[in-house]
Design a protein. Structure first.
Length: 301
């Protein structure tokens, strides 16, 4: 039989540094959720979120390894480089969140009342969750764009920042729905509109990059992204000024946390979280704007 397309299997998908990192991700991810499901246990929304993160990342990583090992990714109508870079960054953020949340809510030093065996399983799961985060961070480090290298947009600093911006916006939305009382003033509703608009456009930018459809647009995608990033900076500046004023100024809100406010159900706490991550996202958009001046987009990698 005559070969026409080279080897059928891509061994570099599992032997290269990135491939080894992905194999470790599968190993650590499977070990983590197996320990939790077998004996460690989880409950409430926090535990469910952690299990979702570990199973979701495991499934997508197995899919990526399978596609690269068998060359099936060449049959997909997406920009594979953009997809893998975007997922690696997202998985890094999700896994570090789960690695912090699970031990914070489920791990304790003493055996009472859960028992020493359950405690040990939870400690072991927390350790492997931390290792899982490290392997995803290693993939981001290995695949990030180097100076002078032609690569996919999502592997650049600007592309990776898009994922972080969307992730931070999700944290803001979570705090907003947790009794933040954002509907009390029109000004705070404006801030919610800012968060929503920037999140949606950022997701659209990522989606166009991952699907590789940027070349089909009738306008310059590169220029449009830079203009949007500049607009997002201005919008977030307005939110960074308005939100603290209408939440923590004594005329509209409370400068200090109310003494009778229940832990976990206090609007002031949610407002503080939103204020902090508003400034975080503002900084991310500023850095994104700076780096967007130094890159060039590649539509299909």
């Amino acid at each position: 039989m005559e070969s026409t397309g080279g080897p059928y299997l891509n061994t570099a998908a599992v032997t290269s540094p990135v491939g080894i990192a992905r194999l470790l991700q599968v190993t650590f991810g499977c070990t983590t959720f197996s320990l939790v499901a077998h004996q460690g246990g989880f409950s409430a929304a926090y535990g469910t979120f952690c299990m979702f993160v570990w199973t979701f990342c495991f499934a997508v990583t197995v899919f990526i390894i399978t596609c690269e090992f068998t060359h099936l990714h060449s049959c997909l109508s997406i920009s594979w480089g953009n997809f893998t870079a975007a997922f690696a960054m997202l998985a890094t953020l999700m896994s570090v969140t789960a690695a912090v949340i699970y031990p914070l809510y489920f791990v304790q030093l003493g055996c009472y009342p859960i028992g020493c065996e359950v405690r040990d399983f939870r400690i072991a799961a927390s350790i492997f969750a931390g290792l899982l985060f490290i392997t995803y961070a290693a993939e981001v480090f290995l695949t990030r764009a180097k100076a002078g290298q032609v690569t996919s947009y999502m592997a650049t600093v600007s592309g990776l920042l898009k994922i972080v911006q969307a992730f931070v916006a999700c944290i803001i939305f979570g705090a907003l729905v947790n009794d933040s009382q954002y509907g009390k003033y029109v000004a705070t509703q404006w801030c919610v509109a800012v968060y929503s608009f920037c999140f949606v456009v950022t997701v659209v930018v990522v989606a166009f990059s991952v699907t590789g459809k940027t070349a089909l647009l009738w306008f310059s995608f590169e220029r449009a992204v830079v203009i949007y990033t500049f607009g997002a900076v201005l919008l977030y500046v307005s939110a960074a000024v308005i939100w603290p004023v209408f939440c923590f100024d004594s005329k509209y809100g409370s400068p200090q946390r109310p003494g009778l406010c229940a832990k976990g159900k206090c609007p002031w706490d949610s407002q503080l979280v939103i204020a902090i991550f508003t400034y975080v996202n503002l900084l991310l958009y500023v850095v994104d704007l700076v780096y967007s001046q130094r890159i060039r987009f590649v539509s299909h990698i």
